[in-house]
Design a protein around this ligand. Structure first.
Ligand SMILES: [Mg+2]
Length: 227
């Protein structure tokens, strides 16, 4: 763990058996984890209730792993962004706007973490209507590593095109599998004379199928999978 990335944990057992929690389902101690790291969008907070663990060591291990995973995902995103940029810099592109880099939006350019945080990180049932409602409230925070890549690619002269399946689909497209829908959109670009050098997405369905980019870059997503 670098000096810039610091994880702090504390155990708060002062709430034990107080009147404050007399009517609460929380019994015993509550542990809180705050993680600060370079480029973070939001510091995750983890609370563990006593009934979820059999001993203090279990809770400490749970929180430590949660923080470690959070830091690993950040490092992963930065590594993907770095590798994408190194590849982009190795290319010679023309100045006519036909050299394209395709981005997905959700969990690629923008983070849906605040939504999942509000929904117990997957512990509550997924409701599509709530998800759409939340997205339309926008704006969602950018993923810092992806935002940096986006700006760098712009500077290099790439035409940046966003292909997303999350909003504004035509009725005929709603039931189209993501892999097919995104391939069709890339095919349309190809047919119009665009050359797709790179593609970034958090789902394999963003990247696979036909009319694939010359190189594809897969970002991590621990929350959901779209076929
Ligand atoms: Mg996505």
């Amino acid at each position: 763990m670098s000096m810039k990335r610091v994880a702090n944990f504390c155990i708060d057992n002062t709430v034990k058996d107080t009147a404050l929690i007399a009517n609460s389902s929380i019994r015993g101690f509550v542990m809180v984890s705050n993680v600060e790291s370079e480029g973070k969008i939001s510091a995750p907070m983890v609370q563990v209730r006593l009934q979820h663990v059999t001993c203090m060591e279990d809770a400490a291990l749970f929180i430590t792993l949660s923080a470690a995973i959070d830091l690993i995902i950040d490092a992963y995103l930065e590594a993907v962004s770095y590798n994408s940029l190194q590849y982009a810099k190795s290319l010679e592109i023309a100045a006519i706007g036909k050299d394209v880099w395709v981005f997905d939006i959700d969990e690629t350019l923008l983070s849906m973490a605040p939504f999942f945080a509000a929904k117990g990180w997957g512990s509550e049932p997924y409701e599509k209507a709530t998800w759409i409602e939340w997205q339309e409230e926008g704006p969602q925070p950018a993923l810092p590593a992806s935002l940096n890549l986006y700006k760098e690619l712009q500077q290099l002269g790439f035409n940046l095109i966003l292909i997303t399946g999350h909003l504004n689909l035509a009725p005929s497209e709603v039931d189209t599998p993501a892999t097919i829908y995104k391939s069709q959109k890339r095919k349309e670009l190809e047919d119009e004379g665009y050359k797709i050098w790179g593609s970034s997405g958090d789902q394999w369905s963003d990247l696979m199928g036909f009319s694939q980019a010359k190189r594809s870059f897969k970002l991590p997503n621990l929350m959901y999978y779209i076929a």
